[in-house]
Ligand binder design. Structure first.
Ligand code: HEM
Length: 232
């Protein structure tokens, strides 16, 4: 292996390297989430075709497979490194803490930070169910079809409406979105901290902005299932 390769491996074996890697992949996933949220909110557009048009546009991008592969890589790396950070911590302190107490200002230890592994694993389970239900759910062949600009495309809007008629989806999704909010609240702050993008004066600002963004993303996602359940 080259000298640079060895150096890179050493960085990612170190705990700082791992935190950096979860931070960078996590922030990339936040960018994906913001794009996904924008697509979801098109459901509320006054143009009834806006949601399906956008989904069709994304799926027909030339680079769609490259983007999907990139996304999958970010998820996989984020999960593997995140779990390994947790396992290392457990090894260092197998009994955990007898009693949790806030570690005070510089540490920012909170309910969100202590539950990252739990919220992360729930999100992983959610993702598997989510991808099976929607990405690989019924399509044109099963009759979920709508004509846009004279072309038959997959009617994802109808699929959303069918899925969120079921209480398990309509209330299960918002529950998971709240956990997503907790995960992001600590994750965004922690990512900036690992990237060294914060000097002590910026810490409170980034902490607050991370919290606000986490709440906006969680609330933005959870309105759609509830709206569909109660309005259709
Ligand atoms: C109310 C919340 C959500 C709704 C209604 C929703 C809806 C959808 C739909 C309809 C698709 C299929 C798109 C297609 O096949 O063209 C999709 C794909 C996907 N969603 Fe969600 N989603 C939600 C939340 C989330 C969250 C919180 C995450 C991540 C933590 C997520 C991750 C994904 C991923 C990774 C894909 C596959 C993207 C791709 O392969 O291009 N979704 N979602």
């Amino acid at each position: 292996m080259s000298q640079t390769g060895k150096k890179l491996l050493a960085v990612f074996r170190s705990s700082i390297g791992r935190k950096l890697l979860t931070g960078v992949t996590g922030l990339a996933l936040v960018v994906f989430l913001l794009e996904h949220l924008y697509s979801n909110l098109l459901y509320f557009s006054t143009d009834p075709d806006a949601y399906n048009e956008n989904a069709h546009f994304l799926i027909s991008l030339d680079l769609v497979y490259v983007l999907e592969l990139g996304l999958l890589t970010f998820f996989v790396v984020h999960i593997i490194v995140g779990v390994s950070i947790y396992l290392r911590k457990r090894k260092a302190r197998p009994d955990g803490y007898a009693k949790y107490q806030s570690a005070g200002k510089p540490s920012r230890q909170s309910l969100s930070s202590r539950t990252m592994i739990v919220t992360g694993l729930v999100l992983l389970a959610f993702l598997v169910i989510h991808i099976i239900s929607f990405k690989y759910g019924p399509g044109i062949e099963e009759g979920f079809v709508v004509t846009i600009d004279g072309e038959p495309v997959r009617d994802l809007k109808r699929l959303l409406e069918e899925k969120f008629q079921h209480p398990a989806y309509a209330f299960g999704y918002p529950f998971v979105m709240i956990l997503l909010g907790f995960h992001l609240r600590h994750g965004i702050w922690s990512a900036f901290q690992s990237l060294g993008a914060m000097n002590p004066r910026l810490t409170p600002v980034v902490y607050t902005l991370g919290g606000v963004l986490a709440v906006l993303i969680a609330v933005g996602f959870l309105v759609l299932p509830l709206w569909i359940f109660f309005s259709t």
